[in-house]
Design a protein around this ligand. Sequence first.
Ligand SMILES: Nc1ncnc2c1ncn2[C@@H]1O[C@H](COP(=O)(O)OP(=O)(O)OP(=O)(O)O)[C@@H](O)[C@H]1O
Length: 276
Amino acid sequence: MPAAFELSKVSVVRPGKTLLDDISWTVGDDERWVVLGPNGAGKTTLLQIVGAALHPTSGTVDILGDRLGQVAVAELRTRIGHTSTKVAERIPPAESVRDVVLSAAYGVTGRWREEYDDEDEVRTDQTLGEWGIAALAGRTFGTLSEGERKRVLIARALMTDPELLLLDEPGAGLDLGAREDLLASLEALASSAGSPALVMVSHHVEEIPVGFTHVLMLRDGRAVAQGPIAQTLTAEHLSTTFAQPIQLDHDHGRYAARRAGYGRRAMRPADTGGNA
Ligand SMILES: Nc1ncnc2c1ncn2[C@@H]1O[C@H](COP(=O)(O)OP(=O)(O)OP(=O)(O)O)[C@@H](O)[C@H]1O
């Protein structure tokens, strides 16, 4: 199995702060990973490394067969789809949804005088259709709801048919229905033959789409655990990652987590005013 990327002993250090500490991590091109961890754990920093947007302070990074530091990163980035709030912030609010997706062909945000060929136009319409947002094509990005924006960003990231897709908190800010719609789409993508290698960052196990195969858990820049989801996503590892006792439930490929023991006290009659 060829590796989509391989990190060896990667650290990222800033004055007074170690953002990533000695991370070794290999992702195969047919694997779908979720990266879980609390606020400030280093998840976004890790995704920036894998997206060739940041060089590590130490360690080596090989992405799609190229070693970071020995390759033109602009070219490498065209092979990687990356969605994040940072990408969203760069998109002009007045840009049409169709142009947000189309302009990915040049890796630019904000259409200007680029010339697009028919293949780009066809691929744009196809991707808008696949992500259920064809009806939004003429709307401006700034008028979209959070759920609609998330879909447009994923469509943009997939427009260039990347070999690696990085999704930084795609479920953040979505209502229950929009989250479930997104998870269904990601499940379909994860199980499709032409899917790129996938890495999704999340705070919540409830946001793991069915079909995701592996998990990496981060705390304070260090890997708490990593490996196949079935063996690695455990209450014990979650408790260490989130620094509190966690109960984990699993049903038909979906997960739910909460603090262990939460609710027991509230059930006592003395607390509820009951007289049983
Ligand atoms: N240039 C920097 N200098 C110092 N600290 C930084 C710098 N950039 C990021 N950090 C810190 O590094 C830590 C990791 O940041 P990162 O954004 O990777 O975390 P995260 O896991 O994605 O967090 P969240 O879930 O809140 O988005 C945070 O505490 C952040 O404040």
